[in-house]
Write a protein of this length. Sequence first.
Length: 310
Amino acid sequence: MISVVVPVYRCSTTLSELHQRLVSTMQRLSQTYELILVNDASPDDAWQVMKKLVDADTNVRAINLSRNFGQHYAITAGLQYARGELVVIMDGDLQDQPEEISKLYQALTPELAAVLGRRQIRRDDFAKKFSSRCFYFCLSYLTDTKLDPAIANFGIYRRKLIDAVLAMPEQIRFFPLMVRWVGFKTTTINIDHAERNAGKSSYSLGKLLRLAFDVITAFSDKPLRLTMKIGAIISCGAFVYALYILMRVALGLSLIPGWASVIVSIWFLAGLVIMLLGMIGVYIGRIFDQVKHRPLYVVDTIYERDKMRL
């Protein structure tokens, strides 16, 4: 069985077509399948559309989260309810095209744990592509990983990889980095990326930067190490400047007294100390969130054919 997990947010108008194209694709592959739709508190009528799809197809299950938790938490919810030996993760806006699943499936050799789709030509506007590149640049640099902005979540994954990711208890979820961390052998193939014909992306530049900050502080201590390096550079600079002052005094050169440089130095060093304390505070906050052991998401309703579970 292939499980197809789709987080749903602001894409109610594309769900019916997504279902039709998925059924057609699975029939060509001669594979049994299940489609798991996870409603991440979408503000449109997505939940009603999802229930109609469940009523029409026994292979569809719909999960309604109690509030908006975020894309990667919705993906986690879908993965925990998926039963297939193979799992496909894709967006519901049809930019990830169901027909490309065939390419992913055919490229999945026995030694591979996953095949990821690489958007060879990304059909997004300039602002979306620019913000995505900024996001992945910051994320790559501050997590010491090489991330390709053309690769997102769309891919086919074996059960062992999915189980390994689900075994990670982190409160901050970012699926691509978690896939890299577990270390199974993966590959990428080029896929066709479609233009967005309905709705709009929920990821603005501000949201991407906030996500990058959360992921960086959850997966890397590099910001702390960078702050230590900045402090060391400033200390070295201060030492060199002190030698310069002593040399001028020894040579009898006059020094112009003034307080501006002192005030500037005090404010600069105070800002550096506050930044360091703030960075430490962020990491302590992450520890606080983790030790509370709150659930990653809360399910309101699971809607299946002829029954509904709360």
